[in-house]
Design a protein around this ligand. Structure first.
Ligand code: HEC
Length: 175
Protein backbone atom coordinates (compact mmCIF):
# COMPACT_ATOMS: atom_id res chain seq x y z
CA UNK A 1 0.00 0.00 0.00
CA UNK A 2 1.48 3.36 -0.98
CA UNK A 3 2.02 5.97 1.69
CA UNK A 4 -0.29 8.42 0.02
CA UNK A 5 -3.06 5.81 -0.06
CA UNK A 6 -2.53 5.15 3.63
CA UNK A 7 -2.54 8.87 4.36
CA UNK A 8 -5.82 9.23 2.49
CA UNK A 9 -7.25 6.35 4.50
CA UNK A 10 -6.22 7.98 7.75
CA UNK A 11 -7.69 11.27 6.66
CA UNK A 12 -10.99 9.68 5.74
CA UNK A 13 -11.10 7.77 9.05
CA UNK A 14 -10.44 11.01 10.91
CA UNK A 15 -13.18 12.75 8.94
CA UNK A 16 -15.54 9.92 9.87
CA UNK A 17 -14.65 10.18 13.53
CA UNK A 18 -15.16 13.93 13.32
CA UNK A 19 -18.58 13.23 11.86
CA UNK A 20 -19.41 10.84 14.66
CA UNK A 21 -18.41 13.52 17.13
CA UNK A 22 -21.40 15.48 15.89
CA UNK A 23 -23.90 12.68 16.54
CA UNK A 24 -26.09 13.78 19.38
CA UNK A 25 -25.00 17.17 18.08
CA UNK A 26 -23.96 18.80 21.31
CA UNK A 27 -21.42 21.57 20.82
CA UNK A 28 -18.89 22.02 23.55
CA UNK A 29 -20.11 25.60 23.56
CA UNK A 30 -21.64 26.78 26.82
CA UNK A 31 -24.69 28.99 26.85
CA UNK A 32 -24.18 32.62 27.85
CA UNK A 33 -27.20 32.97 30.14
CA UNK A 34 -26.32 31.36 33.49
CA UNK A 35 -29.07 28.90 34.38
CA UNK A 36 -29.09 27.63 37.96
CA UNK A 37 -30.89 24.69 39.55
CA UNK A 38 -33.97 25.47 41.67
CA UNK A 39 -32.97 22.43 43.78
CA UNK A 40 -29.43 23.37 44.78
CA UNK A 41 -28.47 26.59 42.94
CA UNK A 42 -25.75 24.75 41.01
CA UNK A 43 -25.32 25.59 37.30
CA UNK A 44 -27.59 23.56 35.00
CA UNK A 45 -25.56 21.62 32.39
CA UNK A 46 -27.37 23.03 29.34
CA UNK A 47 -25.35 23.17 26.10
CA UNK A 48 -25.91 24.65 22.67
CA UNK A 49 -27.16 21.93 20.28
CA UNK A 50 -26.91 21.87 16.48
CA UNK A 51 -30.68 21.41 16.31
CA UNK A 52 -31.54 24.27 18.68
CA UNK A 53 -33.97 26.74 17.10
CA UNK A 54 -33.09 30.43 16.57
CA UNK A 55 -35.48 31.21 19.46
CA UNK A 56 -33.58 28.85 21.79
CA UNK A 57 -30.27 30.40 20.73
CA UNK A 58 -31.65 33.89 21.35
CA UNK A 59 -32.77 32.77 24.85
CA UNK A 60 -29.26 31.44 25.60
CA UNK A 61 -27.90 34.93 24.89
CA UNK A 62 -30.59 37.19 26.40
CA UNK A 63 -32.25 34.98 29.12
CA UNK A 64 -35.55 36.24 27.60
CA UNK A 65 -38.17 33.95 26.06
CA UNK A 66 -38.96 35.18 22.51
CA UNK A 67 -42.31 33.30 22.53
CA UNK A 68 -43.88 35.04 25.54
CA UNK A 69 -44.95 38.36 24.01
CA UNK A 70 -45.80 36.67 20.73
CA UNK A 71 -48.10 34.10 22.36
CA UNK A 72 -49.75 36.61 24.73
CA UNK A 73 -50.64 38.68 21.64
CA UNK A 74 -51.70 35.66 19.56
CA UNK A 75 -53.64 32.88 21.39
CA UNK A 76 -53.76 30.86 18.17
CA UNK A 77 -49.93 30.73 18.04
CA UNK A 78 -49.85 29.88 21.78
CA UNK A 79 -51.54 26.55 21.06
CA UNK A 80 -48.12 25.22 19.97
CA UNK A 81 -47.11 25.43 23.65
CA UNK A 82 -50.29 23.77 24.84
CA UNK A 83 -49.59 20.86 22.46
CA UNK A 84 -46.14 20.34 23.96
CA UNK A 85 -47.61 20.50 27.48
CA UNK A 86 -49.95 17.62 26.60
CA UNK A 87 -47.36 15.72 24.55
CA UNK A 88 -44.98 15.48 27.53
CA UNK A 89 -47.84 14.62 29.95
CA UNK A 90 -47.41 17.73 32.09
CA UNK A 91 -51.23 17.52 32.07
CA UNK A 92 -51.13 14.45 34.34
CA UNK A 93 -50.14 16.52 37.35
CA UNK A 94 -51.09 20.06 36.32
CA UNK A 95 -54.35 19.44 34.42
CA UNK A 96 -55.16 19.96 30.73
CA UNK A 97 -55.26 23.74 31.05
CA UNK A 98 -52.47 23.94 33.68
CA UNK A 99 -55.02 24.98 36.33
CA UNK A 100 -53.78 22.32 38.78
CA UNK A 101 -54.47 18.68 39.66
CA UNK A 102 -52.08 16.74 41.94
CA UNK A 103 -49.50 19.41 40.99
CA UNK A 104 -50.17 23.12 41.53
CA UNK A 105 -51.85 25.54 39.14
CA UNK A 106 -49.32 27.31 36.94
CA UNK A 107 -51.70 29.99 35.73
CA UNK A 108 -52.63 31.70 39.01
CA UNK A 109 -50.65 34.22 41.06
CA UNK A 110 -49.53 31.74 43.75
CA UNK A 111 -46.00 30.83 42.74
CA UNK A 112 -44.10 27.97 44.36
CA UNK A 113 -40.91 30.03 44.03
CA UNK A 114 -40.73 33.78 43.52
CA UNK A 115 -38.40 33.38 40.57
CA UNK A 116 -41.28 31.92 38.52
CA UNK A 117 -42.28 35.55 37.93
CA UNK A 118 -39.51 35.54 35.31
CA UNK A 119 -39.27 33.25 32.29
CA UNK A 120 -35.65 32.46 33.18
CA UNK A 121 -36.71 31.31 36.67
CA UNK A 122 -39.60 29.24 35.37
CA UNK A 123 -37.33 27.71 32.74
CA UNK A 124 -34.87 26.71 35.49
CA UNK A 125 -37.60 24.87 37.44
CA UNK A 126 -38.97 23.03 34.40
CA UNK A 127 -35.52 22.26 32.98
CA UNK A 128 -33.84 21.25 36.23
CA UNK A 129 -36.69 20.17 38.54
CA UNK A 130 -37.70 21.51 41.97
CA UNK A 131 -37.13 20.50 45.62
CA UNK A 132 -40.72 19.30 46.14
CA UNK A 133 -41.88 16.96 43.45
CA UNK A 134 -40.95 18.12 39.95
CA UNK A 135 -38.37 16.06 38.09
CA UNK A 136 -35.92 17.62 35.61
CA UNK A 137 -37.43 17.79 32.11
CA UNK A 138 -34.61 19.21 29.96
CA UNK A 139 -32.83 16.56 27.85
CA UNK A 140 -29.38 17.77 28.94
CA UNK A 141 -30.21 17.83 32.65
CA UNK A 142 -32.10 14.52 32.66
CA UNK A 143 -29.49 12.98 30.33
CA UNK A 144 -32.27 11.65 28.10
CA UNK A 145 -32.47 12.76 24.43
CA UNK A 146 -36.20 11.86 24.37
CA UNK A 147 -36.95 14.62 26.87
CA UNK A 148 -37.48 18.31 26.19
CA UNK A 149 -35.13 20.48 24.13
CA UNK A 150 -34.95 24.12 25.17
CA UNK A 151 -37.38 25.24 22.46
CA UNK A 152 -40.20 23.01 23.75
CA UNK A 153 -39.83 24.41 27.27
CA UNK A 154 -39.89 27.98 25.91
CA UNK A 155 -43.07 27.28 23.93
CA UNK A 156 -44.72 25.80 27.05
CA UNK A 157 -43.75 28.86 29.11
CA UNK A 158 -45.11 31.18 26.40
CA UNK A 159 -48.42 29.34 26.48
CA UNK A 160 -48.54 29.41 30.32
CA UNK A 161 -48.03 33.21 30.23
CA UNK A 162 -50.74 33.53 27.58
CA UNK A 163 -53.10 31.45 29.80
CA UNK A 164 -52.39 33.43 32.99
CA UNK A 165 -55.54 34.05 35.07
CA UNK A 166 -54.05 35.74 38.16
CA UNK A 167 -53.93 39.41 39.10
CA UNK A 168 -51.03 41.71 39.79
CA UNK A 169 -48.14 42.75 37.63
CA UNK A 170 -47.00 40.60 34.76
CA UNK A 171 -43.24 41.11 34.96
CA UNK A 172 -42.67 38.57 32.17
CA UNK A 173 -44.16 41.11 29.74
CA UNK A 174 -41.77 43.83 30.93
CA UNK A 175 -38.68 41.65 30.41
C1 HEC B 1 -45.41 13.91 38.59
C2 HEC B 1 -46.19 15.14 38.62
C3 HEC B 1 -45.74 16.29 37.76
C4 HEC B 1 -45.54 16.31 36.39
C5 HEC B 1 -45.70 15.16 35.40
C6 HEC B 1 -45.16 17.67 36.07
N1 HEC B 1 -45.13 18.45 37.19
FE1 HEC B 1 -44.75 20.43 37.28
N2 HEC B 1 -44.93 20.41 39.31
C7 HEC B 1 -45.25 19.29 40.05
C8 HEC B 1 -45.19 19.63 41.47
C9 HEC B 1 -45.49 18.69 42.64
C10 HEC B 1 -44.81 20.99 41.54
C11 HEC B 1 -44.50 21.83 42.79
C12 HEC B 1 -43.02 21.63 43.04
C13 HEC B 1 -42.42 22.30 44.23
O1 HEC B 1 -43.12 23.04 44.96
O2 HEC B 1 -41.19 22.13 44.43
C14 HEC B 1 -44.67 21.46 40.17
C15 HEC B 1 -44.37 22.75 39.79
C16 HEC B 1 -44.32 23.21 38.49
C17 HEC B 1 -44.11 24.59 38.12
C18 HEC B 1 -44.05 25.78 39.06
C19 HEC B 1 -45.52 26.14 39.42
C20 HEC B 1 -45.70 27.34 40.30
O3 HEC B 1 -46.87 27.66 40.62
O4 HEC B 1 -44.74 28.02 40.66
C21 HEC B 1 -44.06 24.64 36.75
C22 HEC B 1 -43.85 25.87 35.88
C23 HEC B 1 -44.23 23.28 36.26
N3 HEC B 1 -44.40 22.45 37.36
C24 HEC B 1 -44.23 22.91 34.93
C25 HEC B 1 -44.34 21.59 34.48
C26 HEC B 1 -44.19 21.20 33.09
C27 HEC B 1 -43.91 22.12 31.94
C28 HEC B 1 -44.33 19.83 33.05
C29 HEC B 1 -44.19 18.90 31.87
C30 HEC B 1 -42.95 18.98 31.12
C31 HEC B 1 -44.60 19.39 34.42
N4 HEC B 1 -44.59 20.48 35.26
C32 HEC B 1 -44.86 18.08 34.78
C33 HEC B 1 -45.56 18.04 39.57
C34 HEC B 1 -45.47 17.65 38.24
Amino acid sequence: MSISHKARQIISIMAMLGGFGLVGSVNAEDVECKFISTIDNNPLPIKVHEDDTPEAKEFYKTCKNPYTKKYVADPEAAKAGKKKFAYYSCTQCHGGNAGGQTGPSIIDDRWQYAKHLTDKGMFESIAGGTPAGMPAWHRDVAGNPELLPTDDILKIIGWLRASYQGGGDKPWLQE
